[in-house]
Ligand binder design. Sequence first.
Ligand SMILES: [Zn+2]
Length: 302
Amino acid sequence: MSREATPLEPTADELAVVVDEGPLNRPVIDLHTHLFPTPQFQAIWRHFDEHLWPVRYQGETDQLVETLLASGIERFAFSNYAHRPALARELNHWSADLARRHPRATAFGTFHPLDDVAGLAEEAFGPLGLAGFAVHCQAQRCYPDDPGLLPAYHLAEELGKVCLMHCGRAPESSPFADAGRFERLLRRYPRLTFVVAHLGAPDFDRYFDLLGVYENLFLDTAMLFTGFQPWTPRVGGLIEHQDRIIYGSNYPNLPYHLTRGVHGLLALELGSGIEDKILYSNAARLLSIEPPPRRRIPRPQP
Ligand SMILES: [Zn+2]
């Protein structure tokens, strides 16, 4: 068993990292959250509890959304994935419905390479109005450049949609999470925006290097800077690529408080210009979200 396949037990050192978990007092967009219909989510949580880490937030969908927004998150994007054929259509409809009920949510679709991806992509990006789609190479057991997915990349590029890509080797290693094959996609679809989850953990430098070559690539920070993972990206990489790093959490599948990643980023003391880009404006640009509303400062009563 490789190192990445073992549960990520934090070391005593990491447990000693104190990260503030209080409410947020600044606008934050969380680009990396997951929502599934409850029965599917319960099966996923069982897998997490047994093989990865105990999931702190388990509940009904609306309750999960409420908890996320109550933490101070201004807007969020969510995705899920079809782990076998014939699930994607229903998931995409479920996600579109959810986004209609929650105006602060942005929904991403899913496709399975063995389905009619061309037809499903037309529906997802057309009538369902999804912002893009997510590919989870480990969970879906497909390579990033699986030929079955190419119609979705093609249409997403044409329509200016976003592709969220989980192709890093963490937290569970998989032969499908193949950075070389992902790079082929970047070359093949130069106008399609890709966001790689978890800063490509644990191969941070490889993905920082790709940022230097491909302008259509972004990275999200999900689960980093929390003291939980046994690895940390170079802070210099965040500064160098500040326009293409986006905050994400992986909520609700977290073993710790959901704002911990925000506080961990703030603890790096990158300065408010870079913090605002990572926590809000880079994601706002990708998702065409307006600048944050001005907070009204109450005037003192005479
Ligand atoms: Zn995730």
